[in-house]
Structures are given as structure tokens and as C-alpha cells.
Design a protein around this ligand. Structure first.
Ligand code: GLY
Length: 463
């Protein structure tokens, strides 16, 4: 946990942005897997962590904007619980570690909130994404659970998004701790990418590194020889010579800051010529995009530049034809690059996706496009110093998508479908780094993980 003053300052900064009322942050509780007592690994809510720092279940934080007070609600363990869980530090002592002086048992929260409602005071809360918290808000505030998301406070969402998007020095250090572990995961995976190895063996080794460091993965690992499936969580294939492995994975630091890295490597250490050609196109698109990043530029324009670079490269291979500007405008490149260039990252791997893409990724200067490909862009607005975003272009050959576009005669003036057929079984390539926007431009976070062709081949060939 950070020092207490960091949490106090964060709450103070938030309080100044909210006109009046009470701000309620519900922490997460344990969530059952297959029977009540058998729970998933506990993961605290990220906004609760950001403002109240305590990483345990069953807590709620309340900021009284008008009275300038912060309060934590939660229950200390009783003797029966001590038998099973051991003694736990008292809430009042833990609260002090995050700069909170007032604590109460959880059952007092409902009374305080009901009193505030009777006085006509506004209760601000964020949209809950867990059913348990939706039901809790129903009980606490008397709002039908189906309507709870509609009553979330837009004023609070906007304030939290603005605050959490800008990462402080301490947060960057945490993200880079996650990168140290993620470096180990990826280099280990590359060394294991040999014919005859199961995907799941590599996943097991990588996740073992994370768990033995006392951390969690930031999201379910994507490791596959079928990289054309963007979020493939099946790990049962055997690696074969001639295929590539897409590894999109990352650890969280012990304070839950994420890393999210993708590398693509050839099985047994040697790209084929077509693989190398496409790999270089993706790498060029990624580097070009990172080069462009600086405060003020819209991330949508960075995405479009990456799309243009991919389309130009594919034109050289004969897969795209005609004028590249027109092809990108028509969205023809999205047959091969159907997703967005990246997303913000921090305490969540898709930072604050629970608060709504229209608040996190878009603003009055840039509206969401409905065009296939661009519609999947999670973040489009102008960059600011302190933002952390992933930059993850890719090129994929998705047989069903190719067939559909061909059948619909989509973008026939820009796509040579006959040539595309030759790549039908190619798979996919994605390369991803996490990038901090600085005053001057941008910096790739973490110790560099091999991504040049020669570096990737060398480490993949290592025994
Ligand atoms: N890296 C996985 C994701 O962005 O969802």
C-alpha cells in the first residue's frame, strides 16, 4: 500500500471536484465458485483501492463532501472467524494506514445513507459491475437493482476517470514492478516455444512465476498457436514447427497495477519468409504509433496511422490494392486489423472499463465510429501527459471473416481476395507494449522484451 497521505490527497482531490453530497465506494466481497465457501481469488474493486487502499473483502468507504470527512465501514473478525482465519488486524488500525480516522461496523452504513436520503442529500456511486454490489446498493439506497446502473453519478464517474487516467510517479513504479514479472513470463514462454510442447505447459510455467511472486495475472492469459482468434483462452494445442505462438499476458503488481504485453514468436526459433514479412509490418506499425504519441494528439489518429502503416505493408505484399488512404478510409484494413490500437491501463488492465467507454475513451472532441474495426477502438480522445496506454497492432487472417467479406463483395476494390487465400492458414501476429505519455512524447514501460525479428528468433531458439 502507498503512504497514507497519498490516499488522503486522492480523496481530497476528488472531494473538490464534486459539488455536494456523499460519495459511496463499495469494496468487493468474496465471490463463490461452486459452493458458498469455495471462492475465486479475491480481487478488490479498483476505485476502492485507488481511494481507500485496503485490499480485503466486505468494506465500504464514504466521503462526506460537505462535512469533509472520510469514513470506512467494515466488520472486525469475531472469535469464530478467528478459528478459521486467524486473528486479523482491526479495521481502525488498517484505516489509519490509509489516512482514515473514523470507522464503523458495516450495519451502520444503511442507517447513515437512509438519513442522508431523507434530508435530500445526493449519494454518488459508481456503476456496479458485480451483481452482489448491485444488490447491496438496492438494499442500502432503496433503488431497484435493475435501475441501479441508471442512478450511478455521472459527476462522480467523470471526476474519477479524470483523476485515475493520470498516473503518478508512484503508480508508474508499480506498473513497472508488474512489468518485471511480465518480462520473466514472456522470456520464459519464448524459450519454451518448441515443437511438441503443449500451450498449457507454457501457461502453467508463466502463471507459476506470477503466483510464486505472490501476485495475480492481470487478465486470463491468451497463449495460442491460433493467434487469429483475438482472445483465445484455449490452451490445449501442441506447438508445431511452422506455426507461431501469440502470447498476450501480464502480471499485476502486489498492489494490483497491471502489465499487458503481447509477443509473437515462431515455434523452434525461425520465422518463415511470409511470417517474417507480416511480422515486420506489425512491428513497423507499432513503432510508428509509439513515435507519434505525445500530449494533444488524438489516440484515434494514432490508431489510424497504425492502420495506414499496416495497409501500406500489406499493399507491398499484394493483399491490399489501390490508394492506401482510400482503403483505410473505407475500413478495408480491418479485414486484417479488426481491433483498436490499445486501451488505457492501470489498476485495471482495461482501466476503468466498468465506468463506461464514453467517459474513459471518448469526449466532445471525438465520437465513436460505427465502422467495423474502428468501432472496436476503446480509447480515441487526445492524449495527456501521465496517461498509460497499450499499443497493440496486429495482423490476422480469420478464415470465416475472409469468406464473409468475399461473399459480400466487401471492399473488392481494395482487397485481392485471391492473394489473401494463400494466407488462409497463417494465423495471426500481435505485438503489444505499455506506453506512458510524457511531457515530451512517450516512453515504453518496463525492461524491453525481445521484439525485433533477430532478438525473437534468438531467444526462441535458446534451449
Ligand atoms: N491483453 C488482453 C486484453 O487487452 O483484453
Amino acid at each position: 500500500m502507498f503512504k497514507a497521505n497519498i490516499y488522503t490527497e486522492r480523496r481530497e482531490q476528488l472531494r473538490e471536484k464534486i459539488k455536494s453530497g456523499l460519495i459511496l465506494f463499495l469494496g468487493n466481497q468474496e465471490s463463490s465458485m461452486n459452493y458458498p465457501g469455495n471462492t475465486y481469488p479475491f480481487r478488490q474493486d479498483s476505485s476502492f483501492l485507488y481511494f481507500f487502499g485496503l485490499d480485503s473483502p466486505g468494506l465500504a468507504g464514504l466521503i462526506d463532501v460537505d462535512e469533509n470527512r472520510s469514513v470506512l465501514y467494515g466488520n472486525d473478525v469475531d472469535v469464530e472467524e478467528v478459528v478459521w482465519m486467524g486473528d486479523q488486524p482491526l479495521l481502525k488500525d488498517r484505516a489509519r494506514q490509509v489516512g482514515v480516522k473514523e470507522t464503523y461496523p458495516l450495519d451502520k452504513l444503511e442507517k447513515i445513507l437512509r438519513q442522508a436520503i431523507r434530508k435530500g442529500r445526493r449519494i454518488h456511486f459508481l456503476p456496479p459491475y458485480r451483481p452482489e454490489n448491485c444488490l447491496k446498493i438496492e438494499k442500502l439506497l432503496g433503488i431497484s437493482s435493475s435501475l441501479v446502473p441508471d442512478y450511478a453519478s455521472e459527476e462522480l464517474i467523470k471526476a474519477v476517470v479524470a483523476q485515475r487516467l493520470i498516473k503518478s510517479k508512484e503508480e508508474i513504479e508499480e506498473i513497472e514492478k508488474a512489468h518485471s514479472l511480465t518480462y520473466e513470463m514472456h522470456t520464459q514462454a519464448m524459450k519454451m516455444a518448441k515443437a511438441g510442447v503443449y500451450e498449457r505447459e507454457i501457461v502453467g510455467q508463466m502463471e507459476g512465476l506470477v503466483f510464486s511472486a505472490g501476485c495475480l495475472t492481470a487478465f486470463p492469459t491468451i497463449l495460442t498457436i491460433n493467434g487469429q482468434i483475438l482472445h483465445n483462452h484455449y490452451h490445449g494445442n501442441v506447438l508445431q514447427k511452422g506455426r507461431m505462438v501469440v502470447n498476450d499476458s501480464g502480471a499485476e503488481s502486489s498492489m494490483h497495477y497491471a502489465a499487458d504485453i503481447t509477443r509473437t514468436c515462431p515455434v523452434d526459433g525461425k520465422f518463415s519468409s511470409p511470417q517474417k514479412e507480416v511480422y515486420k509490418i506489425v512491428l513497423n506499425a507499432q513503432k510508428t504509433a509509439i513515435e507519434l504519441m505525445k500530449p494533444g494528439i488524438k489516440f484515434k489518429d494514432v490508431h489510424l496511422k497504425a492502420a495506414h502503416t499496416i495497409a501500406s505493408g500489406l499493399k507491398e505484399l499484394g493483399l491490399i490494392k489501390g490508394n492506401v488512404d482510400d482503403a483505410v478510409k473505407a475500413g478495408a484494413h480491418a479485414l486484417f486489423f479488426p481491433h483498436g490500437l490499445g486501451h488505457p491501463m492501470g489498476l485495471d488492465v482495461h482501466d476503468m472499463e466498468d465506468l463506461g467507454e464514453k467517459y474513459v475513451g471518448y469526449d466532445e472532441t471525438v465520437k465513436k465510429s460505427q465502422q467495423f474495426g474502428l468501432a472496436a477502438l476503446r480509447f480515441a480522445k487526445p492524449l495527456k501527459s501521465g496517461y498509460v496506454l497499450t499499443v497493440e497492432p496486429g495482423v490476422y487472417f480469420i478464415p470465416k471473416l475472409i469468406d464473409k467479406w468475399k461473399e459480400d463483395k466487401k471492399n473488392t476494390q481494395f482487397i485481392d481476395y485471391q492473394k489473401v487465400e494463400k494466407y488462409r492458414d497463417f494465423g495471426g501476429i500481435r505485438i503489444e507494449d505499455d506506453v506512458l505519455v510524457t511531457n515530451e512524447g512517450a516512453r515504453v514501460l518496463g525492461k524491453p522484451i525481445p521484439k525485433e525479428v533477430e532478438e525473437v528468433e534468438e531467444i526462441t531458439a535458446t534451449e
